[in-house]
Design a protein around this ligand. Structure first.
Ligand SMILES: [Zn+2]
Length: 150
């Protein structure tokens, strides 16, 4: 079961972000990294937004982060959300990717329990066509200890 309805449209990867989505299908979170100025950035672009270099690579990150900010949606911004309970849209600041923040949903926290700074961990949920979407769960003590990665 998915946090948002299964008939929500799935992402349509572009040349720039196809490797990001491909990694998600393997339950890995990768972020664009500039070798020239040693800096992560997102969303993926053909050039580094800081130094314009094209010397870019993808780096796998831990998927750990904290809620940077959030909102709770009560309106059906897409027809599939009609009658759906309120849902959050969260901005998650990743722990190990400079200032990269992902717009996402936190799937296991009630709207009134959301808070800035809450530790979270990526999880991958299938959309209606099976595409895995990166979302986040509250990070407990066990997952933070288990999630260590160099
Ligand atoms: Zn750069």
């Amino acid at each position: 079961m998915s946090y948002l309805p299964e008939n929500m449209p799935s992402p349509r990867p572009t040349l720039d972000d196809a490797p990001y989505w491909q990694a998600c299908q393997e339950r890995r979170l990768v972020i664009r990294y500039c070798e020239q100025c040693a800096h992560f950035f997102h969303p993926p672009l053909p050039n580094c937004p800081r130094c314009s270099s094209t010397q870019l690579t993808w780096k796998q990150v831990s998927g750990r982060g904290t809620i940077y900010t959030y909102t709770v949606g009560h309106y059906a911004v897409h027809p599939s959300l009609k009658g759906h309970p309120p849902y959050n849209v969260c901005v998650v600041l990743l722990d190990d990717a400079d200032d990269v923040r992902l717009v996402t949903n936190v799937v296991d926290v009630a709207p009134e329990a959301l808070e800035i700074g809450l530790p979270v961990q990526v999880c991958f949920e299938p959309s209606g066509d099976g595409t895995l979407i990166p979302r986040f769960r509250r990070r407990g003590l066990d997952t933070s200890a288990r999630g260590e990665r160099s």
